[in-house]
Write a new protein. Structure first.
Length: 137
């Protein structure tokens, strides 16, 4: 894979993760997360630049794993690997948070967060897979 394809895949993955996260956390689960996490933890408005950089980092992680290690063959491969990677990453993070802090008052919140993040990275993995497996013209 050349540098240009890597960069395009990383940006596509980052954008997909950003949009999916905005829809899933910002709309679908916004009131649930607000009501079921520690008071005062949520900002009134996100730091959009910081969030964008974080999502580009996630897109780069997905591109590295899907392009170099998993060597995805098609979009469904990207979705599967993205979902697995997302689940394992968020399982580790959320269970550590649940075990060591008061951020999640119950495991129910951690489970919802794990499901949401798994879907978000599945979507990001699909976007990365689409770019990586697109034939050059």
């Amino acid at each position: 894979m050349d540098g240009q394809k890597f960069a395009l895949a990383a940006v596509a993955g980052g954008i997909a993760v950003f949009v999916a996260g905005l829809l899933i956390y910002g709309l679908v689960f916004a009131s649930f997360m607000q009501a079921n996490t520690m008071a005062g933890i949520h900002r009134d408005a996100p730091r959009w630049i910081v969030l964008g950089v974080a999502n580009l980092a996630t897109g780069t992680l997905l591109t590295t794993v899907l392009g170099y290690w998993a060597r995805v063959k098609d979009v469904p491969d990207g979705v599967r690997v993205g979902a697995l990677l997302g689940f394992l990453v968020i399982l580790s993070i959320d269970l550590t948070i649940a075990a060591t802090s008061n951020l999640f008052p119950s495991l129910r919140v951690a489970i919802v967060d794990m499901l949401a993040y798994t879907v978000i990275l599945a979507i990001g993995g699909g976007a990365v897979g689409a770019v990586l497996t697109r034939r050059s013209s």
